[in-house]
Each structure stands twice: as C-alpha cells, then as structure tokens.
Design a protein around this ligand. Structure first.
Ligand code: CU
Length: 266
C-alpha cells in the first residue's frame, strides 16, 4: 500500500466516523465517502499526517570491538512521547559491509525486536532506520520512508589489567626452610593474566640481596630461561614484568637457588 492510498483509507475512516455522528437516522445512508470529502480537507489531512513525527533513537547495549552490536529502536514524537506500533527497516554497515539487515521490523509496546549485528571491528558503524508507517497489516498509516542515520564508533574494550606483587620473604636468604614451606617468595605460586603487571619486590627485612630470575633449578644448578631477570636486587628494589603469552613461568633466586616460585600466566 503506498502512502497516498493509506491516506485515502484514513480519510475515508474519518469521514465515516464523522458522518455516523451527524447522521443519527440509520435509514439515511451516507453518500459515497470519497465523494463527500472536499479536496481542501484531503489536503489538510495529508498535511497533518505528513507532519506526524516519529523520531527513532537507538538503544545499543554493546559496542565493543569483537562483540556484536545489540540494540533496540525506540520511537518518539516531537513531544517526547513514545510512539508504538511502528513499522521500520533497520540496516547497519561497517566498512561498507552489511552487518545487520532486519527489514519489516515492528515495535509493539513491551514487545519489540532486539537487533544483533555480526561481530564488530573497530571502524565506524552506520545504522539506517527507515520508518515504514504506524499500524498493522493493511491498516498502516503515518509517515513512510523517513530515513534516519546513526553512527557509532565501536569501543576497544579497556584492558582490565591488574597488578600483582610478589615479594621476597624475610630470612629467605639465610635459611632453606622456606623451600619446604613454599614461601621463599610470597606468594610463591601466583596466577595472572596476559597483560597484567607483575611487580617483583625485594622486601626481605634482613636487607639481603636477591633476584627473581626466570628458569628452573636442578639441584643447585640453575637454568635461566630468559623470560625475565631482575638481576641482583638490593633491599626494596623492584622490577616490573608484563607477561605476553600464557604458560607456567618458574623462577628462582640467583644467589639462593632454593628460593623458587612459579608464575602461572593464563
Ligand atoms: Cu635470594
């Protein structure tokens, strides 16, 4: 049904309603409805309908790179009142590729489509909403073909990097006892994520020098892996390491090879 045809249907209904109020005698059947509407009145109604405003707004919930864009479309008139029973098409593109195409969508009060795109990259998203009239089935009226374009820049999700501290234990250089109790370093086993900041601190209150050297120890023979090495640290020295790949990273102290720990990177 095109716009003009819809208008005429509405005009017909309006005229029928007004005639029903005026003509109380059911015997006096109204004349052909279309015939009694003056051209000026059609023009006026056409003008009124064309000015009916249906303004879409998009309510996106996710715009992270690597996720889908999930959104609903809400419609309001110029006074900010929600307009329901809106028929609309929605399309979205990114890099000129279609990432969403839901033509013939319809928003009911309380029951409305949630549109979901394919996975986003980091380039601009263009969303086009085309209002196709109000109502259902054959009874569709109101503004049609009104296009509104939205643009969204996907967000690159912030790295939720956490920082982790590993310290040398008091007296860990003086006695091998901490080897059995697994607390030469505290914590001696720690699980972190790729991108986390690991701060290694020589906090031993005896002011002994220590290192955090990635690698393993066979008996008293160390095999450095080269993943990280703080070198010899004086009291209160610290060193930062950010793991770039997953895996278990054992480490030890160059000066006291019984001091051993493990960083598990996930
Ligand atoms: Cu040490």
């Amino acid at each position: 049904m095109n716009f003009t045809y819809g208008l005429i249907a509405i005009v017909g209904l309006l005229v029928a309603a007004s005639l029903a109020l005026i003509v109380l005698d059911p015997q006096e059947a109204p004349e052909s409805r279309a015939m009694v509407v003056p051209e000026t009145k059609i023009a006026q109604i056409e003008e009124d309908l064309s000015q009916l405003s249906v303004n879409p707004s998009i309510l996106p919930s996710i715009t992270n790179v690597g996720d889908s864009l999930v959104l609903e479309v809400e419609f309001k008139d110029d006074d900010g009142n929600v307009v329901d029973h809106v028929n609309y098409d929605i399309f979205a593109t990114q890099n000129s590729d279609s990432i969403l195409s839901d033509p013939a969508s319809h928003r009911h009060p309380g029951k409305y489509p949630i549109h979901e795109s394919s996975v986003l990259d980091d380039s601009l998203i263009q969303i086009q909403v085309v209002v196709q009239g109000l109502g259902h089935g054959d009874d569709i009226f109101g503004p049609k073909g009104i296009e509104t374009t939205f643009t969204i820049t996907p967000v690159i999700a912030a790295q939720t990097a956490t920082s982790t501290e590993i310290k040398t234990s008091d007296n860990s250089g003086m006695s091998m006892d901490c080897q059995a109790s697994l607390d030469c370093y505290t914590p001696s086993i720690v699980t972190v994520s790729v991108g986390d900041v690991i701060t290694m601190i020589n906090s031993d209150s005896t002011a002994a020098m220590h290192s955090f050297t990635a690698g393993s120890v066979d008996g008293f023979t160390p095999s450095p892996s080269g993943t990280f090495d703080t070198g010899i640290m004086s009291a209160d020295d610290s060193f930062e390491w950010i793991p770039e790949s997953t895996g278990e990273v054992p480490y030890y102290c160059l000066l006291h090879t019984w001091m051993q720990g493990t960083i598990i990177v996930e």
